[in-house]
Design a protein around this ligand. Structure first.
Ligand code: MG
Length: 378
């Protein structure tokens, strides 16, 4: 790793793990976190979880796994060029979506609605909180403890948002939501890398699926600007290749802008160390102009892709599957596999949420068939 800036997180100064462990022998603490995440069952399940398109809709669309890899790639470039801790930011990026339900945001929203309706005392369902729950509790891979026993800094980065009520129950990683301070710079950076990744790959997937057209995208300044550059440099280029070249240039523009803007902010604020950086406002940012362009792109995708009638039909089916699974299990817990049965109502509701959240898209579809259709669905 190249030289770390004074405000970078340092693995030899970690606030530590929930259960003390001897230091790793051949790698840093944050490398060990990253490696534990890569070996987790929840990480492998991301391969079959929806980003925007349901997993079986096409082999080339992003899944949550390839999305997470793209986020990690962008985050690592940013970290290295800013002198921040590349291993930590990579660990956060790879873990950031571990708690996502099947069927993307639709699945999460429905599971949250079900928890609030059927188990109001249990406190709903938030995918960020679930990502933390996966690494703190749900993975069962180590003899000595539940979860992956990650460092504070990695867990802090995974918990991107959280309600105040939840924050109060979470101990160390909840504190910043109460004190209104920031997470590490590496966490801030992983967050922005997430946005850069999905804005760009959703254009690519939207065009590939035919739900978006290049003509429509001409109304989005950041796309129109780069697309015009490509056509000018390569007249007669095939559209598919022009789109790929445009997206590559957009990602480069966004990364360059974050790097320059953040470097200038850090030079001005000059936090003495990683903890001092947490006390400042957000320090990783786009410039004003690019922030506006990124927002316009987000708005375009929301209106034209995420609310496209074909996506809405898929979303609607997905919500129904999640709701019917939840309702069947909460009314008759004996339908659950024995591992997920509990004696008490609140913990039973939470175990049902854990079971459903852990499902891949196709597992949820099959489980729904097993519960609701006659036939060979054992
Ligand atoms: Mg993400």
């Amino acid at each position: 790793m190249s030289a770390l800036a004074s405000y970078a997180s340092r693995s030899d100064r970690t606030r530590g793990r929930r259960y003390p462990e001897p230091p790793p022998q051949n790698r840093s603490e944050f490398q060990r976190d990253r490696d534990r995440i890569v070996h987790a069952g929840a990480f492998r399940r991301l391969e079959y979880k929806t980003q925007v398109f349901i997993n079986h809709e096409g082999d080339l669309f992003r899944t949550r796994l390839t999305h997470s890899l793209e986020v990690a790639q962008i985050a690592r470039v940013l970290a290295r060029s800013l002198g921040l801790n590349e291993d930590l930011t990579e660990a956060i990026a790879l873990a950031h979506d571990l708690g996502h339900t099947p069927f993307g945001h639709a699945g999460q929203d429905e599971l949250n609605a079900c928890m609030r309706e059927f188990a109001p005392e249990a406190g709903g369902f938030e995918h960020n909180l679930q990502s933390l729950r996966v690494v703190d509790e749900l993975e069962e891979r180590y003899a000595a403890f539940n979860g992956l026993n990650l460092c504070f800094e990695t867990r802090e980065g995974i918990l991107k948002h959280c309600s105040l009520a939840h924050a109060k129950l979470l101990g160390d990683v909840g504190e910043r939501f109460i004190a209104r301070t920031q997470p590490s710079l590496e966490a801030q950076l992983a967050n922005l890398a997430d946005e850069i990744a999905y804005n760009n790959h959703d254009i690519d997937d939207g065009l590939r699926s035919g739900l978006l057209t290049v003509e429509q995208l001409q109304s989005v300044p950041i796309f129109a600007r780069h697309y015009a550059e490509v056509l000018q440099a390569w007249p007669g280029i095939v559209q598919r290749r022009a789109v790929a070249e445009t997206i590559r240039r957009m990602i480069n523009t966004l990364i360059t802008d974050v790097t320059h803007t953040t470097r200038a902010i850090l030079a001005r604020v000059a936090p003495a160390d990683a903890d001092a950086a947490r006390q400042c406002g957000p320090l990783v940012a786009f410039s004003g102009g690019v922030r506006q362009e990124a927002d316009a792109l987000k708005k375009f995708l929301f209106e034209n892709l995420y609310r496209h009638f074909k996506v809405m039909r898929m979303t609607n089916k997905a919500r129904r599957i999640v709701r019917e699974l939840f309702s069947a299990f909460i009314h008759e817990p004996r339908l659950l596999p024995p591992d997920y049965r509990r004696d008490e109502d609140l913990t039973q509701a939470r175990a049902i949420a854990d079971y459903i959240a852990g499902m891949t898209d196709r597992y949820a579809i099959r489980e729904h068939q097993r519960l609701f259709e006659m036939g060979d669905h054992l």
